[in-house]
Design a protein around this ligand. Structure first.
Ligand code: ADP
Ligand code: ZN
Ligand code: ZN
Length: 716
């Protein structure tokens, strides 16, 4: 028996010692199964540990998986993730080995390949030819897949198998792309220049980080398709990261028609069997093109050549639960560790990315114009201070007129309000009380589509009611303020003969149908939340209306202006994507606000510069560093007393200041009270080290949950 150390995929920072039979051919990074307390856990063989534990006290590992070995680069990346995000190594490893069934043996595949030579010898029929047709690009199919694709009867297929025209194979096929068969557009000069720079980096097997900076519809996607093609031609893997998996349907279809294959999609709705197949095919390198959201960063890539981060500025890249990390930043680090080229894509890049370009860390590739005749939409504001105030109406006369104009031209309109539900507040006319969640500091939001009042913090809900619980009045509760459902109702009342649909995450199961109807011109007016703001291409959409352009600014955190700019720019960018000119209208009470002004004037770069200067002056990211510590407990006294201990022990370090403790703005969530500290440091400070110095030796009561968020995006 020999001693090895194993990092287990569990909440621990240390590797444990185990024994393996001497004849086992083990290797650093190999996945093993080991006993731990009363459980069996997965882990990987780790660095040597200097713990002097007697062999007789050690347990033997249970199983090992020589086909699954994490490379040194992957191990370095795991260490980086742990360090940077201030999280346990074991917790990070668990992201990479999330479920045990991923390691189970695969069933052998019964697939068939097409044998041209034998097919030459037999009589042709139309159904036989139909079968032949699907076997392009050396694809392989199972019997069932052939039936599905061709609708030819099983007996005809069996006959071809007997005649050896279809031969069983263990090669999975269909994973690789035959680059001869792809169809593509002729790139314009800007696109070509961008492509050449990216592809040179891929050819050189180098890490480089690029930003494709181009307005919506300028051909960014076509440029990164060329990079995918390059990476595939080198037999390397490509990962396309998207902020939300709901955006993939369009891209999926485009990839299928561009490359002639279905890309692999990694998302939470896959069956166990499918997940296992995908995971293992990526480990062996058989799968070459993968699309996914955040968690696809932790797939076991074999030789990654390219990572695309589409809509790099999108804040949904920030993971808030479990291990807190920013997937865009981790993607860049993954590229660095694996010597892969990273391509960030955006029409409204984040300030962090612009900062890194200015520093020379990333290269910017610009696509300044929309493709073809399409022009950028004209953006205008509607000054709501001038509008006659009408109770419980949210759409201005001016916007109504613009919608009508588009409809008369057989064009479409899109109305945007980033607020789910019918009304954000329900209050009593008699006693003034507001309906609140019993477990959180937040109001219950009325949702008419399912007749419920819902807490957006914790999901708590009650049946809709009109009767007040506080003063026992009947029929006294009224809806206050607009939500997307209410605006839809208002639009329907103005345009009774038009087809109006609404879309938010509440009815997202219908989203594919609604979006495709909108695309095909069957919907006249679409009302929705941020779910409709990105990525979509609606050819006949010419009028975009934003109900409350000031909404995002109220929130007051450091990225409020940046985020509002990005969101409104995205929404406006849905208009006029083909040859008809688009118009966007922002309803606002602050028409002189810099965000509104730069949207109207199209002075994005000046806006970014002004914002960067504000951040610089205040030493805020990207010019300084931030970290949040969030503590929560059911017992307020306990948490206050631990906060006092923390406060007393703040290490005094130059260029670091600690703000707090303060109750979080949403103090109560799911019955737990939340308190926060904010650490503010100069750029040159190792903020992780500071946190370690501060918190490592303090004894935290076990009921208190403490989470650390490096570079926080949410301050509530
Ligand atoms: P973006 O990603 O910047 O929004 P896309 O790459 O989706 O832009 O391009 C917008 C539309 O223009 C797509 O339908 C795309 O196929 C088409 N397109 C892009 N580049 C070209 C080109 N060079 N010639 C013709 N059509 C193009
Ligand atoms: Zn009341
Ligand atoms: Zn709640």
């Amino acid at each position: 028996m020999k001693k090895i150390s194993v990092l287990l995929a569990t909440n621990s920072d240390k590797a444990y010692q185990y024994l393996v039979p001497a004849e086992f051919n083990i290797k650093k990074g190999m996945i093993v199964k080991a006993p731990f307390r009363s459980r069996e856990l997965f882990g990987i063989i780790w660095d040597d540990s200097d713990e002097k534990i007697e062999k007789s006290k050690l347990k033997e590992i249970i199983d090992y998986y020589p086909q699954f070995i994490f490379s040194n680069d992957r191990i370095k990346f795991i260490k980086f993730m742990s360090n940077y995000n201030y999280s346990n190594l074991g917790k990070i490893l668990k992201l990479f080995i999330p479920q045990s069934y991923l390691l189970e043996k695969k069933k052998p595949y019964l697939k068939y390949r097409f044998d041209e030579k034998n097919y030459e010898k037999i009589r042709k029929t139309s159904s036989r030819d139909r079968i032949k047709k699907v076997f392009i690009n050396d694809k392989c199919f199972s019997l069932k897949e052939i039936v599905d694709e061709t609708k030819v009867s099983r007996s005809v297929i069996r006959d071809l198998i007997n005649k050896k025209c279809l031969a069983p194979t263990s090669f999975r096929g269909a994973l690789d792309i035959n680059l001869k068969n792809i169809s593509k557009v002729d790139l314009n000069d800007h696109q070509k220049k961008s492509r050449d720079k990216i592809n040179k980096s891929i050819s050189d097997n180098k890490y480089n980080c690029f930003l494709i900076d181009g307005v919506t519809g300028s051909g960014k996607t076509e440029v990164y398709f060329e990079a995918v093609e390059k990476s595939l031609s080198k037999k390397k893997q490509s990962l396309i990261l998207l902020p939300e998996i709901s955006l993939t349907a369009d891209l999926f279809k485009r990839i299928e028609s561009r490359f002639g294959i279905k890309p692999v999609m990694w998302h939470s709705n896959l069956s166990k069997g499918k997940r296992k197949d995908i995971w293992q095919d990526i480990f062996t390198g058989d799968s070459k093109l993968i699309i996914g959201a955040r968690s696809s960063l932790f797939l076991p890539f074999n030789n990654l050549g390219l990572i695309v981060v589409d809509e790099e500025h999108d804040i949904t890249y920030k993971q808030q639960e479990g291990v807190i990390y920013n997937a865009r930043d981790m993607a860049i680090s993954l590229g660095f560790h694996e010597m892969a080229t990273v391509v960030l894509v955006s029409a409204t890049p984040s300030l962090e990315t612009i900062y890194n370009i200015n520093k020379g860390k990333y290269s910017k590739l610009s696509l300044p114009k929309r493709i073809g005749k399409a022009k950028l939409p004209l953006i205008n504001f509607i000054d709501m201070r001038d509008e006659d105030y009408k109770n419980q109406e949210w759409i201005s006369e001016a916007l109504k007129g613009e919608i009508k104009k588009s409809l008369l031209n057989n064009e479409q309109a899109l109305i945007f309000l980033n607020r789910r539900g019918y009304a954000p507040l329900t209050l009593c006319r008699k006693c003034g009380s507001r309906l609140e969640c019993p477990k959180c500091d937040s109001y219950l939001v009325e949702h008419k589509y399912n007749l419920k009042l819902i807490c957006h913090q914790c999901g708590f809900s009650i049946k809709s009611t009109k009767d007040c619980n506080s003063c026992n009045s009947k029929n006294s509760l009224i809806a206050y303020g607009p939500g997307v459902e209410r605006v839809t109702e208002e639009i329907k009342s103005y345009f009774p003969n038009s087809r109006v649909e609404s879309l938010s995450s509440d009815n997202s199961t219908k989203s594919n149908k609604i979006l495709s109807d909108m695309k095909n011109g069957l919907v006249d007016i679409l009302v929705g939340t941020q779910i409709i703001s990105k990525g979509h291409h609606f050819p006949s959409l010419t009028c975009v209306g934003v109900i409350d352009a000031d909404l995002g600014m109220a929130n007051g955190d450091l990225r409020a202006a940046e985020r509002t700019y990005q969101l409104l720019h995205q929404v406006a960018g849905r208009a006029g994507r083909e040859d008809r000119e688009g118009r966007a209208f922002l309803q606002t009470y602050f028409p002189n606000h810099p965000v509104i002004q730069s949207l109207i004037k199209g002075t994005r770069d000046e806006f970014i510069e002004t914002e960067l200067n504000i951040r610089k002056k205040n030493k805020l990211p990207p010019y300084g560093k931030l970290a949040s510590i969030i503590l929560s407990d059911k017992d307020e006294e306990k948490i206050i007393s631990f906060c006092t201990v923390l406060k007393r022990n703040v290490p005094s370090v130059k260029d670091v200041s600690v703000l707090g403790p303060a109750p979080a703005s949403i103090t109560k969530v799911r019955g737990r009270l939340r308190y926060r500290f904010l650490v503010k440091a100069n750029k040159n400070i190792n903020i992780q080290k500071f946190l370690y110095l501060w918190t490592n030796n303090l004894k935290k009561p076990s009921s208190i949950r403490m989470s650390i968020d490096i570079d926080p995006y949410y301050f509530l």
